[in-house]
Design a protein around this ligand. Structure first.
Ligand code: OSB
Ligand code: MG
Length: 374
């Protein structure tokens, strides 16, 4: 495949409602989209970095910088034999996984189109329907949270994840559990606690949670191993895991019993596929995390979720939970039993609405023949 051009766009999209986590609240998304033309096929990828470096170190602006100054100039005009060669070609760029993922995933889309197969098949996925859960932001009070949970269950979602932080944890989880004794329920702390909170976190054991996601520091696999030894609830790592080595370290140290895989955080489809395979070999279930993506990132998440290791419902939910108007069509929909039907068209399987993307674009950078064309 010859990489003929790479176009970066930053689009602005407003979430229907603010999303609160332990590290902050977001409503106005600044999303970098990557469009790659390779052998005449247009592939799309999304950079899942947040607006601030609060979830991980990357931001919309660091991704723009790394893509503009390093990734795109190094790739345009090159011929590659397959999309999975990309990580090696970008290995001189340390970190910046989300930036790199945007380009790599766009090439996977182009490659699947050129092969005439849906992306999920191209990746080696087998199932035609994926299981969906939702991630619910922190609410003002437990009653408001219970009402949200009820609505999401009514829509069919198979697993409910509650964002928690110190002061907004035990009572919130307790009330939801009391109202819904049978549901698959989990919590996500986004690194809001320390090992000093071990006894408090242990008190959540009584709620029979499916998992507790990333309770401790974003970069501390070792501390999670100490916590896991003290609590019954399975720990799931998110922020800590950037590659398969990290996953294997966490498994060996017994830092977690479940792993959340996010395409951006692990630098793209190539590494995600390796990671889910390694986890499966160790009997560790994985699931697809979400980063409040537009339809493009969401479509990539759907394709990845069809791989055999993804045995738990992911944070992959309907476009309409996030956006008044998504940038792909058809909009991503969830069935009454809480599943998404995997599209059968070649590539991503959803059509990018170019006029809408153009309308939302606030800056662009086109690379062709190795030069930035502005
Ligand atoms: O930790 O999974 C997370 C959103 C932004 C940053 C981190 C996380 C999340 C979510 C939302 O939980 C998942 C989604 O609905 O896209
Ligand atoms: Mg998380």
């Amino acid at each position: 495949m010859k990489i003929e051009s790479i176009t970066l766009r930053e689009i602005r999209m407003r979430l229907k409602s603010p999303f609160e986590t332990s590290f902050g609240t977001v409503q106005d998304r600044r999303i970098v989209l990557v469009e790659v033309v390779a052998d005449g096929a247009n592939g799309w990828g999304e950079v899942t970095a947040g607006e601030t470096p609060a979830y991980n170190a990357e931001t919309t602006d660091t991704a723009w910088h790394v893509l503009t100054d390093f990734v795109a100039p190094g790739l345009v005009g090159k011929s590659i034999s397959k999309a999975s060669d990309l990580p090696a070609l970008m290995s001189q760029i340390r970190g910046h996984e989300m930036a790199k993922s945007g380009v790599e995933n766009a090439l996977w889309d182009a490659e699947a189109q050129l092969s005439g197969v849906p992306l999920h098949k191209h990746l080696g996925g087998t199932i035609e329907e994926i299981a969906c859960g939702v991630s619910l932001g922190i609410r003002e009070n437990p009653e408001a949270l219970v009402r949200r949970v009820e609505e999401e269950l009514h829509s069919g979602y198979q697993r409910i994840k509650l964002k928690i932080k110190p002061g907004k944890d035990y009572q919130f989880v307790s009330m939801v559990r009391k109202e819904f004794p049978q549901i698959r329920l989990s919590v996500d702390a986004n690194s809001a606690y320390t090992l000093d909170d071990a006894a408090h976190l242990k008190s959540l054991d009584e709620f029979d949670l499916l998992m507790m996601e990333q309770p401790l520091s974003w970069d501390d696999i070792h501390a999670h191993s100490k916590l896991q030894a003290q609590i019954k609830t399975a720990i799931c790592l998110d922020e800590c895991i950037h590659n398969t080595r990290h996953a294997l370290t966490a498994i060996e140290l017994k830092s977690c019993r479940i792993i959340n895989i996010k395409l951006g955080r692990v630098s793209g489809h190539t590494e995600a596929r390796l990671m889910q395979n390694a986890c499966r070999a160790h009997g560790v279930p994985v699931w697809c995390g979400g980063m409040l993506e537009s339809g493009i990132g969401r479509a990539h998440n759907i394709a990845m979720s069809t791989l055999a290791g993804f045995s738990l419902p992911g944070d992959v939910s309907a476009s309409q939970r996030y956006w008044n108007e998504d940038i792909v069509e058809p909009a991503i929909e969830v069935t009454a039993k809480g599943t998404i039907q995997v599209p059968k068209m070649p590539g991503l399987g959803y059509v990018v609405k170019r006029e809408v993307v153009e309308k939302l674009t606030v800056r662009r950078n086109v690379f062709a023949n190795g030069r930035a064309a502005g």
